[in-house]
Design a binder for this molecule. Structure first.
Ligand code: HEC
Length: 141
C-alpha cells in the first residue's frame, strides 16, 4: 500500500519535472533576429522580403526566372538584394503587357502573386503566397 503510494508520487514528480523542462524550453527561446521573420512586419519592406520571401522565391521560381539563362522572363537575381531590385524593376513580357510584376501596395495587381500555375511553372506555395502578399502590401506605392 505504502509503496504503491510512493510509486504514484514518483510518477507525478517526474511528470512535473518533464513539464517544467518543456516550459523552460519555451521561455528560454530567443528570437535570433528580433522583429523579422515569423511573419513580423515591423521592419522595412526590404528586410521583410529578405527574411521571408527571397529564399522561397529562389527555391520555387529561381530555376526559371533568375537573370542568368532564364527559361521564363528574368525578374530575379541571385542574391536576395539583387532579386529585390530586379523584381521591383521588372516589366512583364509582351503577353502580359500593361500588367505589373509587382505593383507596390497592390497584391492583386501583381502577377508575381496572381500568375498561378503556368506551363511549365508552378504557382507559389500557399505559405510563400502569404509572405509575398504581406510584402507587397508593405511596399509604399
Ligand atoms: C520550370 C520553369 C518555371 C518555373 C519553376 C517558374 N516559372 Fe514562371 N514562367 C515560366 C515560363 C516559361 C514563363 C513564360 C510563359 C508564361 O508566361 O506562361 C513564365 C512566366 C511567368 C510570369 C509572367 C512574366 C512575364 O514577364 O510575363 C510570372 C509572373 C511567373 N512566371 C511567375 C512565376 C513564379 C511566381 C514562380 C514560382 C512560384 C514561377 N514563375 C516558376 C517558367 C517557370
Amino acid at each position: 500500500m505504502m509503496t504503491q503510494r510512493y510509486g504514484l508520487i514518483a510518477v507525478f514528480m517526474s511528470l512535473a519535472f518533464v513539464l517544467s523542462m518543456a516550459c523552460q524550453g519555451e521561455f528560454e527561446y530567443v528570437d535570433p533576429d528580433p522583429g523579422m521573420g515569423n511573419g513580423m512586419t515591423n521592419g522595412t519592406p526590404q528586410e521583410f522580403f529578405t527574411a521571408n520571401v527571397a529564399t522561397g522565391l529562389k527555391n520555387e521560381c529561381g530555376n526559371c526566372h533568375k537573370g542568368d539563362a532564364p527559361i521564363g522572363p528574368a525578374f530575379m537575381g541571385n542574391a536576395a538584394a539583387d532579386t529585390y531590385t530586379a523584381v521591383l524593376a521588372a516589366t512583364p513580357s509582351a503577353q502580359n503587357a500593361g500588367k505589373s510584376i509587382v505593383a507596390k501596395g497592390n497584391p492583386q495587381g501583381s502577377i508575381l502573386l496572381t500568375y498561378g500555375v503556368h506551363q511549365p511553372g508552378p504557382a507559389l506555395s500557399a505559405n510563400l503566397m502569404t509572405q509575398v502578399q504581406t510584402w507587397i502590401e508593405m511596399e509604399t506605392p
